[in-house]
Each structure stands twice: as C-alpha cells, then as structure tokens.
Write a protein that binds this ligand. Structure first.
Ligand SMILES: [Zn+2]
Length: 376
C-alpha cells in the first residue's frame, strides 16, 4: 500500500481543472467563488460560467454513463442538466440534475456552501485548517474506509467537548482522490476554531489510527483565505496527468469515487447547525428547477436549447446564442478529448443546419470545429 506523506501538496487551490471551472481562469478568491449566489449581479457572466461548466459536464457525464455502473441513470440526468432554458416573462427557467459530479450543479452548490459557512467561520476567534489522512485503499475498501473516517472524526469532536472539556466548532469536508495503481485516498479537511482544539484533533486522530496514520501526513495550519478556498473546492480531482504529461479524466476511478460518496455529506458542521433548509440546499442530490433573469430579448418567449457544438444555448428559430460563451482553444481541445468516442452519440440535434445560424454568434475560433462536425 502506498503511504501518503504530503497532504497539502496534491490539493493546492487553483491547480485543478474543476477549480478553474469554479473560479474562472485568474484567481482563487472567495469573492469570485461566491459569485453564483452573491449580488455580483452580472447575469450574462453568470450564464457564460454556466455554459463553460455545461460544456465540460456533458461529455464527462456521457463517458461515465457508458461505464454502465449503478449510477448510469443519474449520469444521464446530468447529460440533460440545463439542456433547455425556457425564457418567459423576463425569466430563464431550467431543470438541474443536482448530482455531485455535475459541474453546472456544483457551481450552485459551492456558492451555497460558501454563503452558509463563511459567515460562521468569520465569527470565530482564531481558526485553523486541519488535514487528516490515512494510508490509501483499494476501490473495494473505499466505502468502508470513508464510513470509518467519518465515524472516528465525529467521535473525536465529542471527545474534545466531553473528555477535554473544550468548546468545539468545526466544518469538516470529505475529499477522495485517486492514486496510481488503482488506489484511493480519502481524506478530511477541517476548519476548526482554536489552536488547542486543532492540535487535539490531530493527536486524537493519530491515536485512533495507530496503524494507518502517521504524524508527518497530518497537517495543522493557521486558516487564511487560501485555506478557506481549499475547504470549498470540488471534493475530488477531475483530471490527472499521464506519464507523458497529458491531461486526462480518469473516468473509471471517478465513477468509483462518486459511488463511494453517494449519500455521504461533503461538508458537515460540527458543534453548530445550519438552518435545515440551507443544509438540504447544499447537500441535496434532487432535481431542481431554478429561475434567473433574462439577459436579452426580455419581452419574448424563447426556447433556448443547449448545443455542444456551439458550447451555448441556441434559439433554433433565429440561430442566436444565449450566453455568448466562447471556449478557449485549449479548453475546447480538452473537452473534445473527453468527448472522444462520442461519434455514435447525438451530442445535440439542432433543428436547423448549423450553417444558417447567426454568424455573429459563431466566432472565427469555433467555426472550423463546427464545419468539421457538420461534415462528419
Ligand atoms: Zn446538474
């Protein structure tokens, strides 16, 4: 079994694709992270970010569904997530799949978590960022290991309060990453109030897992904005690099992780509670309907349909695009590599030829791609 030694090294903020998808290309600030639910208020930008998430999420969901595992039906729900946006009475309404692997839904979920948890942390005196890890496990051992870790950390919280007579407030986050050789690395990040409590957490963890945890693999640092970003990052890494430096999505490993995470809470408040409806809004996996303000042709009723070729929602009556999102060349190539082998699947089915779509909406950058696809 591989032994983990660098809990911080693999999960620096801003180094993974999903982080980029959440935060935009430039930074890792909480302000940017919180945008989807905050009053930042540029609906067009919001739609662009949603389009970017949808653009990656769709081929990822296809690849996962093709594995034909027990989550297949849910993966197909993600394929259809926000597939249509109905514009009526100045509002845009869409259905969301609510699944944890869906990049569209995760943008919403992450924003909700930030809006709920950050104000709580801000009321704490001094807070610390604690990383708790154990040796890696195989796919078969993963669900049981997750269960054990969550149970143990809950018990430690109780012990800090009852045995050590210290107040204890924390937010714990569960993360699982895959490792070479079919191994998995479930680990916990916690933001904890108080240095003494944070150090206790680490020492009690080592005590509970004498065979599986080593001192150098646990980490306690003072909490700052960077570590808070870490707490609200996606709970797994979507991409991994091959030996020749190529960026790929390890679909089989991700499916294993998503199955093991099913029904587990990503974030858990310890020693305090959030209002029930807010907790449910963060952790729910149910299909939701959500509405936002229309951004163009406000008075009209429009049926915007997602087109993977155009990377946007398109009005097939006029050929107009809703978000005007344009993927960069590198991101487009990457998404297309995820979609590799998709040729037998209908990615989308425009009711009019792509050639007659609004030329202004189709940039020079993506035109060759569309031509290539329609000549197929
Ligand atoms: Zn979704």
């Amino acid at each position: 079994m591989e032994h983990t030694t660098k809990p911080g090294a693999e999960s620096r903020p801003g180094t993974s694709l999903e982080g980029v998808a959440e935060r935009g290309k430039t930074g890792a600030s909480l302000d940017t992270l919180a945008q989807p639910c905050s009053s930042e208020g540029n609906p067009q930008n919001l739609l662009k970010k949603r389009a970017r998430a949808k653009y990656l999420s769709l081929p990822l969901a296809c690849s996962l569904a093709r594995l034909e595992t027990p989550l297949q039906k849910s993966y197909w729900n993600t394929y259809h997530c926000a597939g249509a946006i109905i514009q009526e009475g100045g509002k845009l309404t869409s259905k969301y799949c609510g699944n944890r692997w869906c990049m569209v839904c995760n943008r919403i979920r992450t924003a909700r978590a930030i809006n709920a948890y950050v104000p709580v942390v801000e009321t704490w005196g001094e807070s610390f960022f604690v990383t708790l890890t154990l040796r890696t496990v195989t796919a078969e051992e993963l669900p049981e290991r997750i269960e054990s870790m969550l149970k143990v950390v809950k018990g430690i919280g109780r012990s800090v309060r009852e045995t050590h007579k210290l107040p204890f407030q924390a937010i714990r986050k569960l993360e699982v990453t895959s490792r070479p050789g079919g191994l998995y690395h479930p680990h916990l990040h916690l933001v904890v109030e108080g240095r003494e409590q944070a150090e206790l957490l680490r020492s009690l963890w080592l005590k509970r897992y004498p065979m599986l945890a080593t001192a150098e693999a646990q980490n306690v640092v003072s909490c700052n904005e960077g570590t808070l970003v870490e707490l609200f990052k996606y709970f797994t890494k979507l991409t991994t690099k091959t030996v020749d430096g190529k960026r790929i999505i390890p679909v089989v490993e991700l499916d294993t992780i998503f199955r093991a995470m099913r029904g587990r809470r990503v974030w858990q408040p310890m020693g305090f509670r959030l209002p029930k409806e807010i907790e449910e809004a963060i952790e729910t996996e149910a299909i939701e309907v959500d509405a936002s303000d229309a951004v163009k042709r406000i008075e009209e009723t429009v049926d915007w349909q997602w087109s993977q070729q155009v990377a946007d929602w398109v009005d097939h009556e006029t050929g107009e695009c809703l978000s005007e999102y344009e993927p960069g060349g590198g991101f487009r190539s990457f998404v297309e590599s995820v979609a590799g082998g998709l040729t037998t699947l209908e990615v989308d089915s425009p009711t009019m030829p792509v050639e007659s779509m609004n030329r202004r909406a189709i940039t020079a950058e993506i035109q060759p791609v569309i031509s290539a696809m329609s000549n197929r």
